[in-house]
Design a protein around this ligand. Structure first.
Ligand SMILES: C[S@@+](CC[C@H](N)C(=O)[O-])C[C@H]1O[C@@H](n2cnc3c(N)ncnc32)[C@H](O)[C@@H]1O
Length: 211
């Protein structure tokens, strides 16, 4: 059963049929207690990276590399993934996953640190896709940075916006849920973005920056 507990989600995960390097990275994530994107979410990221012919992608929240392998699979063969995480030990294992998946070392640039410190150092308007899977409390900040980082026609994606069903249940009013609702509203209502909320696993909010 997939993370959202729906049989259709489990079917979509099985359809994604992950390779051995991904299965190993997923297993290492599980053992380390780090939540990785579901197979269907990974396949969605791969498709979006391919659709955008992505050459330069930013990921916030490297984890142990599951989403990174999916993104790299969809990107152009000369594309570079810049991936940020506060935990260098996790990034070391992510590098291992990229290597096992057959990607040359220069395809991924792992930057240790807090996204709020690292993102302002990245160049304006040059990125094809920004994938946000770091600190849920910082998603509004990631949105502002993404609008600056993305080229016209580039994509931003936020993982986990359902907060395991809490975001859509008015009974929940904790800070994280309120902040996620704020991101959902901001993306939906932005004149600069064309949004969609995909019900894969824990909710993947995506938007294209208007040219
Ligand atoms: C859900 S995991 C990422 C999983 C990964 N995207 C995958 O699917 O394999 C979230 C990661 O974000 C990192 N993180 C948390 N707060 C962060 C921050 N403020 N800046 C950068 N990374 C952060 C955590 O260390 C953790 O590895």
């Amino acid at each position: 059963m997939s993370g959202n507990g729906h049989p259709a989600g489990a079917f979509a995960d099985a359809f994604a049929e992950e390779e051995n390097a991904l299965l190993r990275a997923r297993q290492r994530s599980r053992l380390a207690g780090v939540r990785a994107v579901s197979p269907a979410t990974g396949a969605t990221l791969r498709l979006l990276a391919a659709t955008a012919c992505a050459k330069v992608v930013v990921e916030i929240g490297t984890g142990l590399g599951v989403s990174g392998v999916h993104l790299l699979r969809g990107m152009r063969p000369d594309g570079v993934l810049t991936t940020v995480d506060t935990e260098p030990d996790r990034q070391q294992l992510a590098r291992e996953a990229f290597r096992e998946a057959g990607f040359a070392v220069n395809r991924a640039r792992c930057i240790p640190g807090r996204a709020a410190d690292v993102l302002p150092r990245l160049a304006d308007g040059g990125y094809d896709l920004v994938f946000c899977d770091g600190d849920r409390h910082e998603y509004m900040r990631y949105l502002a940075e993404s609008l600056r980082l993305l080229r016209p026609g580039g994509l931003v994606c936020f993982e986990g916006v359902f907060a395991h069903g809490r975001a859509m249940d008015a009974a929940y009013q904790d800070t994280e849920v309120r902040e996620l609702r704020e991101v959902l509203r901001a993306v939906r209502d932005s004149d600069a973005l064309v949004p969609v909320l995909l019900p894969t696993d824990d909710g993947l909010l995506c938007a294209v920056k208007r040219p």
